[in-house]
Design a protein around this ligand. Structure first.
Ligand SMILES: C=CC1=C(C)c2cc3[nH]c(cc4nc(cc5[nH]c(cc1n2)c(C)c5CCC(=O)O)C(CCC(=O)O)=C4C)c(C)c3C=C
Ligand SMILES: [Fe+2]
Length: 429
């Protein structure tokens, strides 16, 4: 047995010995290890599907995970910051950036510590798994800028975007405060749930002493397509969801409706290239829906169930014709249908990039599934693109009878980090 194996008998041929990494050059070490040898978590395991090795860049002008083709799985976490100084907050963001840059490339969050007596620097459950298209997207909540008394927590209050305020109370909201708001958020999306959970777990571990998870949500299936290359998935009502969504291929739409542009908010120019993320946990009363006729279900949505075609006719991607009339001169698409109320022509041209996930969190005491849609949407201006639409849906949408909004949050998603920098750096410099 070598000296090192005596120190850590499970180590085998350790990363440290392969690379001669010593000390705590954690993130740089990990990058050298994985990059230099072309290794990382991704092993030559034949059972790993080819697509699992897909990676998306972490650094860039925009954060990944917004227009990235929506992956199949989600682990979303909102954090409360417990650090009290600006320096400690920046240190956290720097550490998160380094770890995120590693994990999104399929590598461990941090390089191994040298001591067998120290806790491992990566929790290990993603060892052997490929990157699985992991993206990590970071956001800042309004409470990061000012506490409940309005006090400037980290010297950034003057730069709080005017669009970043707690979402208002909407009609029929039944929000659980322990599933709402938060100082920071991390959206982890991947095609393997273990990879997404591993990422949040390690970011939470790294945040120890500086931030703690306030609430989290797992999503097991995407409810949107964000690229024309993707098939439209289905939500738990059994309907295609994401048909009329904004798509990554349409750069003009993204510039108009998703990305914050220079001049949008003079006191928050740091948000240029960023976006705003609306998160709503929406319970769906599946048992009631399942006792509703197909005719009624389709009338509520405004599209047919098999194809997702508008009830005015055509196929999935045919534009709905709200003026089309049927028997008895009744509109084929009801004025209280979801698609009519959410359509840009009924919302001053507003569009959003939806990126939600189906969830189920067990059941209630009456044996009903605690399930629904974790609604995520990216917008350039929540005050015109989300708030009026949500008010309209909450008041008039026939679907509301089957829904209950139980969680709510809004986050400012800064532009992407530059290599060598950290996520949100533009806010602090
Ligand atoms: C405030 C915004 C929206 C919320 C909240 C919302 C919840 C929600 N939606 C569905 C199911 C479907 N939504 C569909 C379309 C659609 N929904 C919104 C907005 C919100 N939905 C928009 C902007 C659109 C697109 C409208 C258009 O331009 O035609 C559809 C149809 C298919 C599609 O285009 O995606 C379905 C189905 C559920 C179940 C739900 C809450 C649980
Ligand atoms: Fe919708």
């Amino acid at each position: 047995m070598t000296d090192e194996q005596q120190e850590n008998p499970r180590a085998g041929v350790s990363r440290r010995r392969l690379l001669g990494i010593t000390g705590t050059g954690a993130a740089v070490g990990a990058a050298t290890f994985a990059g230099g040898l072309g290794l990382g978590r991704a092993t030559a395991d034949d059972s790993v599907p080819q697509g699992g090795s897909r990676t998306y860049p972490f650094y860039g002008g925009h954060q990944s995970g917004v227009v990235t083709p929506a992956q199949d799985r989600l682990h979303f976490a909102a954090f409360d910051v417990t650090a009290t100084t600006r320096e400690d907050l920046i240190t956290l963001l720097q550490a998160w950036t380094l770890a995120a840059a590693e994990m999104t490339q399929g590598r461990p969050a941090q390089a191994d510590e040298t001591s067998y007596d120290a806790p491992p620097a990566d929790t290990g459950e993603a060892d052997g798994l490929p990157a699985s298209g992991l993206t990590l997207t970071f956001g800042f909540g309004p409470s990061l800028f000012r506490d409940a008394q309005g006090k400037d927590r980290f010297g950034i209050a003057a730069r709080q975007p005017k669009e970043l305020a707690r979402l208002p109370h909407f009609p029929a909201d039944k929000l659980d405060p322990s599933r709402s708001d938060g100082d920071l958020c991390v959206q982890a999306c991947a095609d393997d749930p273990q990879v997404a959970v591993h990422a949040i777990r390690n970011l939470s571990r790294i945040a120890f002493g500086s931030a703690e998870i306030r609430w989290a949500q797992l999503g097991f299936g995407r409810t949107s397509s964000t690229s024309t290359s993707q098939a439209t998935p289905r939500n738990l009502f059994g309907f295609k969801d994401g048909t009329a969504n904004l798509k990554a291929e349409n750069a003009g739409d993204l510039d108009q409706h998703v990305w914050v542009a220079r001049g949008d908010d003079p006191r928050a120019e740091w948000m240029t290239g960023g976006s705003y993320l609306v998160a709503r946990r929406i319970n769906m009363h599946l048992e009631t829906w399942d006792r509703t006729s197909l005719r009624e279900q389709e009338a509520i949505v405004g599209r047919d169930r098999p194809q997702g075609a508008p009830l005015s006719g055509g196929t999935e991607f045919t534009e709905p014709d709200f003026a089309a009339k049927g028997r008895g001169n009744e509109p084929l698409i009801s004025a209280t249908s979801h698609v009519q109320l959410a359509h840009p022509t009924r919302n001053g041209g507003a569009k959003m990039l939806r990126r939600g996930y189906n969830f189920t969190d067990g059941n209630d005491a009456l044996g009903r599934l605690d399930a629904g849609l974790f609604f995520l949407a990216y917008v350039r201006r929540p005050s015109t693109q989300y708030i009026p639409m949500q008010n309209r849906l909450a008041q008039h949408d026939g679907m509301m009878e089957y829904l209950q909004h139980t969680g709510s949050a809004l986050f400012a998603v800064p532009p992407g980090a530059r290599a060598g920098g950290y996520v949100g750096e533009v806010l602090f410099t």
